[in-house]
Ligand binder design. Structure first.
Ligand code: GTP
Ligand code: MG
Length: 256
């Protein structure tokens, strides 16, 4: 009887909680398994994925959360787009290919760059130590050591959880439990500090929009000036031709 009442109370409490819109970014080197992971979360097959050029966006409902995940391409040349998503992100999912030992240093540098951003520092980070099914994959402890994870997250005051997992294990209900557990953890941490985080995100996104608007205006002004310069140069070049054209009729032989 008591447990029934306790269950009812917790259900009521959850039901009264407002729906919260949360944006997350999923980053990590190319080939780490980000797209395979979001595919699995979405209930789609994580097999046959192609490298992400740019980003893909997925929307899902998790309890009282409406979650948007930006799965950002990890290729070296497109990593610089990550920063455009930092301001609006409530938390980070960093996917690591635990079996690619040769790229651990590159992974570490990429993570340092993400956490170094003032728009990310202090936000919660979920590290998915992916590809645990592969032979020779680093264990959770080895990934922590290779990335100097403890030092890094302490320096940037980021709450962090690491989950060893395999994105290709299954999808939907059959998804690796560690991925599910990690996502719950991240959303739970975000919910705990939602108001402060939300305020920061509103402030940062307004600032970013103003910055982008300013850049757009500057670009438009540059283009206008280039066109103006080109226009005046073309009319200078055209002038002798015009003069020539007007002179020609007088040079034609006069016939009866
Ligand atoms: N064995 C194994 N392979 C995986 C796992 N997760 C992903 N893969 C494979 O790794 C390759 C890359 O996966 P993606 O999900 O495309 O990697 P990504 O991080 O999205 O890469 P980019 O889009 O280039 O940034 C694919 O061939 C996947 O099938 C895993 O847990 N285990
Ligand atoms: Mg991808």
């Amino acid at each position: 009887m008591f447990s029934l009442m306790a269950n009812c109370c917790s259900w009521l409490k959850r039901w009264q909680e407002p729906v919260r819109k949360v944006t997350l970014i999923m980053v990590g080197l190319d080939n780490a398994g980000k797209t395979a992971t979001v595919r699995g979360i979405q209930g789609e097959s994580p097999e046959d994925v192609a490298p992400t050029v740019g980003f893909s966006k997925i929307d899902l409902k998790q309890g009282r959360f409406e979650v948007t995940i930006f799965d950002l391409g990890g290729g070296k040349r497109i990593r610089n787009i990550w920063r455009n998503y930092y301001a609006e992100s409530y938390g980070v999912i960093f996917v690591v290919d635990s079996s690619d030992i040769a790229r651990m240093e590159e992974t570490k540098q990429a993570m340092i760059e993400v956490l170094n951003s003032p728009k990310i520092s202090g936000k919660p980070v979920l590290v998915l130590a992916n590809k645990q099914d592969r032979e020779g994959a680093l264990s959770e402890a080895d990934v922590i050591e290779s990335l100097s994870l403890e030092k890094l997250v302490n320096e940037h005051k980021c709450l962090c959880q690491i989950e060893p997992c395999s994105a290709i294990m299954g999808c939907g209900k059959k998804i690796d439990k560690s991925i599910k557990k990690g996502l719950y953890w991240l959303l739970h941490i975000i919910a705990k500090d939602f108001d402060a985080l939300n305020e920061r995100i509103q402030r940062d996104t307004t600032e970013q929009k103003a910055y982008e608007e300013q850049k757009k205006l500057e670009r438009a002004e540059r283009v206008r000036r280039i066109r103006e310069e080109r226009g005046s140069r073309t009319s200078d070049l055209l002038l002798p031709f015009k003069a020539l054209y007007h002179q020609q009729p007088t040079m034609l032989p006069i016939r009866d």
